[in-house]
Design a protein around this ligand. Structure first.
Ligand SMILES: Cc1ncc(COP(=O)(O)O)c(C=O)c1O
Length: 321
């Protein structure tokens, strides 16, 4: 339960579309550095469904990338010089600015961050890779409806999770066309162009629309697995947040760091999870957090992991809080 990867292959319609796309002549060559217009246009429509019909978005605001990690790297490289400061919410992974802890930021909090950033003339980068996993399905925020969002907002998204195609490496950046022009100079040197097969496949007429039901179904399944985890987890382990693929949980062993706990869980219990110390928490006085991912395990495994955590409480011989 360590890695945030989808546990099932993509929807059959997408698998077929990928197969067809891979046999087209155009898939063999480069495409424009910003990505192909048909997918960028289809994405605008999709984003309007998610962020509201009055979201002010256009294909020119979007650049497609080799996954969302590339989107993040290219965005940071385009706005920060050596020595500049980047503010990250903690706990976080350095590769993605947002929490990968399952914490869900409500629209009001995101709006406050946006105002604070705007007042101080700094860019706000939002990685919204898990936006489709929000239940109930309400807009993650309303920033795109503001006529001024382009002044400082950079939105990132990954196709890896919702569409379950991490190996096809597709992500995107949504920002002002002025900034996108600069970002493309970086993307051109790092990736030349985004991968064509998933672009051609996903741009098939009506496919994004068709896949919405599949995405919602997966989100419901992941939410049910979170619930199962909650119900079966020993009361000594305290859940701080659950959302997207993840749960951030406080372990019950007093005076033991998260890395040591995770090492023993892996070696002695066969449970692989990430120590909170990997999320920038190592220097804190409260290194008791463990990150679980519920996406790539089935319900039975979730229950077995919970049983093994109970076994560890006695088996490790550590003092319990
Ligand atoms: C928040 C977040 N952003 C980006 C990524 C990476 O996405 P991609 O596979 O598109 O590079 C991940 C993957 O775990 C993630 O959790």
């Amino acid at each position: 339960m360590s890695q945030g990867v989808p546990g099932t292959p993509p929807n059959l319609s997408l698998q077929n579309a990928l197969q067809t796309a891979s046999a087209t002549r155009q898939s063999f060559g480069y495409c424009p550095a910003q990505g192909e217009v048909p997918l960028r246009s289809a994405l605008v429509e999709e984003m309007k469904e998610i962020y509201g019909r009055d979201a002010d978005l256009a294909a020119e605001d979007i650049a497609l990338t080799v996954g969302c990690n590339m989107a993040f790297v290219a965005s940071i490289m385009s706005i920060a010089d050596a020595g500049d400061e980047v503010i990250l919410p903690r706990p976080c992974r350095e590769t993605h600015a947002p929490p990968k802890t399952g914490a869900i930021y409500p629209p009001s909090l995101i709006a406050s961050f946006a105002s604070l950033a705007a007042e101080n003339n700094i860019a706000l980068i939002l990685d919204e890779t898990y936006r489709d996993f929000l239940i109930p399905r309400t807009p993650p925020h309303l920033l795109f409806t503001s006529p001024t969002w382009r002044s400082n907002l950079i939105h990132l998204y990954s196709f890896s999770k919702s569409y379950r195609i991490p190996g096809h490496r597709l992500g995107c950046i949504v920002a002002s066309p002025t900034l996108i022009t600069q970002i493309i100079k970086i993307l051109d040197t790092l990736q030349i162009c985004p991968p064509r097969i998933p672009q051609i496949a996903l741009a098939q007429s009506g496919l994004l629309q068709e896949l919405r039901a599949d995405i919602h179904g997966t989100a419901e399944q992941v939410a049910k697995r979170h619930q199962l985890f909650r119900e079966h987890l020993s009361k000594r382990w305290e859940i701080a947040s659950q959302g997207g693929y993840y749960a951030f949980v406080r372990h019950p062993f007093t005076g033991v760091g998260s890395a040591e706990v995770c090492e023993r869980l892996a070696k002695e219990m066969g449970v692989v999870v990430l120590p909170g110390a990997f999320f920038g928490g190592a220097d804190s006085n409260d290194d008791r957090w463990v990150r679980f991912s519920v996406a790539n395990v089935d319900d039975e495994k979730v229950k077995r992991v919970c049983e093994r955590l109970v076994e560890s409480e006695q088996g490790f011989g550590w003092e319990l809080s």
